[in-house]
Design a protein around this ligand. Structure first.
Ligand code: CMC
Length: 437
């Protein structure tokens, strides 16, 4: 099959030559990024599917939410560069922006914040739900279960065809996710749950629910609350990544929003996705000192060694991940605030990055640090154990998942997602009774 593109600005189309016959395919143009060849009628017209495992060349949907230019290292939420939002804005503003498309006015911001804080508590019976998990359960396992179970508690926000119920489900998930995550953490360490405090900001409240205990006064350090907020902004959305695509696919069948977000959390858990920050920190700790770096660089370059430099490389970014720069800065701020400015693991990370960025293997393959390279060190300094790292990612990404789910549900052309396949299994054969096999 050859695709000969005959691009014209107004009536652009590509042609596919199949068995001597040419089939025209429209080319669609976005506001930014590569044009796409629209193959929606290809099967109907030619009887052929396309094959693209891992979706490396396939746009699965049309979206107005987030844009990434991986070659230039650009990430925009609704058109706003991530560094501007992270350095000058707040997570609540980012939530509003992702959900509604514009930054809120002061009044809209206050109304939105009020709506969120009214829903920070979870149904009291949910606390009992937690006690059925083993104490040593991974908090992501607890998150998948508890978030999925929200649909068993909030029956009045399950109708995806009712805009008001969709809104309530969205607000509930953004508001309750920190509470659910903090409860998972408290349960794992055997401490009592701490109720949300609605006079605190979103991130300060989360830190309070994680680190306060009922027997003494706990004051959230504003530097750490700001860092947490920034980390949430950096992770809030990332266009059609694996977990977001999972949420969209689950939602395309009409599944309720809580079930869809639970599916997203399950996908995020994987080490090639949200689990990489945990893996990056483990790797840095294993390296331990600057003099051992060359040994690990050598292993990362060895084709016969499955070891990879965790926190390096990205499917989309073939340049420095713009989130990694802000995360590196945030990492320094947090380490200074907690008095670990000379953390040896940070020294290993800085030196590893310097060596890798000057090494031909990493240069040729365009492997740069991604957001996870510095996030593990930062989250550890904030006081979180490694198995909570992906949970924090899930809190932040919830708004992105919801915005993408909402965009899909509100699209009048939305249909159930149903990929096709290239079948290479057995051809038809007859059943044999067991005694004849
Ligand atoms: N260390 C060493 N070599 C690497 C690395 C790495 N971290 N990443 C990619 N490569 C090599 C890989 O071996 C391959 O080499 P070759 O062409 O010789 O076979 C080449 O670079 C291309 O790699 P790929 O696996 O085909 O690329 P991909 O787009 O499928 O994978 C990735 C992207 C992020 C899964 C991969 O770079 C990786 O495993 N990185 C480490 C894990 C990690 O940090 N993941 C976090 C991703 S960012 C968080 C998020 O957005 O969810």
């Amino acid at each position: 099959m050859s695709v000969a593109e005959s691009y014209r600005p107004e009536a652009a189309e590509a042609s596919v030559l199949l068995g001597g016959a040419s089939h025209d395919l429209p080319i669609r143009r976005g506001t930014l990024g590569p044009d796409v060849i629209d193959i929606a009628t290809l099967y109907q017209d030619t009887g052929h599917f396309t094959y693209d495992p891992g979706f490396t060349s396939t746009a699965s949907c049309e979206s107005k939410i987030t844009f990434i230019d991986g070659d230039k290292g650009v990430l925009l939420y609704r058109g706003y560069p991530i560094d501007q939002l992270a350095e000058r804005g707040e997570f609540m503003e980012t939530c509003y922006l992702l959900l509604y498309g514009e930054l809120p006015s002061r009044e809209q911001y206050q109304d939105f914040r009020k709506l969120i804080v009214m829903h920070t508590m979870v149904h009291e019976q949910m606390a009992r739900f937690y006690t059925s998990f083993r104490r040593d359960a991974h908090p992501m396992a607890v998150m998948v279960g508890v978030v999925g179970a929200l649909s068993a508690f909030y029956h009045d926000s399950l109708d995806i065809h009712d805009p008001e119920q969709r809104k309530m489900a969205s607000v509930r998930m953004i508001a309750k996710m920190p509470t659910i995550a903090a409860m998972a953490y408290k349960y794992s360490i055997g401490q009592p749950f701490i109720y949300p405090k609605n006079d605190l900001g979103y991130s300060a409240n989360f830190l309070n629910m994680c680190f306060a205990v009922p027997c003494e006064e706990y004051k959230v350090d504003p530097v750490l609350a700001r860092a947490m907020d920034r980390i949430f902004i950096l992770h809030a959305d990332h266009e059609q990544n694996a977990s977001t695509s999972t949420v969209r696919l689950a939602g395309s069948s009409g599944a309720n929003p809580f079930a869809c977000i639970s599916a997203g959390i399950a996908c995020l858990w994987g080490p090639a996705h949200g689990g990489a920050n945990e893996a990056a920190l483990t790797m840095l700790q294993e390296i331990g000192s600057v003099d051992r770096i060359p040994e690990y660089i050598k292993r990362a370059k060895d084709r016969n060694d499955p070891f990879r430099l965790m926190g390096f490389g990205h499917r989309v970014y073939k340049n420095y991940d713009p989130r990694a720069r802000i995360m590196q800065k945030t990492c320094h701020e947090v380490l200074d605030a907690v008095g670990h400015g000379n953390d040896p693991i940070l020294q290993v990370a800085l030196e590893l990055e310097r060596i890798a960025l000057n090494d031909d293997y990493f240069i040729e393959k365009k492997l740069y640090p991604n957001i996870d390279f510095y996030s593990g060190i930062t989250l550890k300094a904030l006081g979180f154990p490694t198995d909570m790292f992906t949970v924090l990612f899930a809190i932040a990404r919830t708004v992105g998942w919801i915005a993408q789910w909402k965009e899909m549900i509100e699209d009048p052309l939305q249909r159930i997602g149903r990929p096709r396949q290239l079948y290479t299994g057995a051809t038809e054969r007859s059943y044999m009774p067991i005694e004849a096999r």
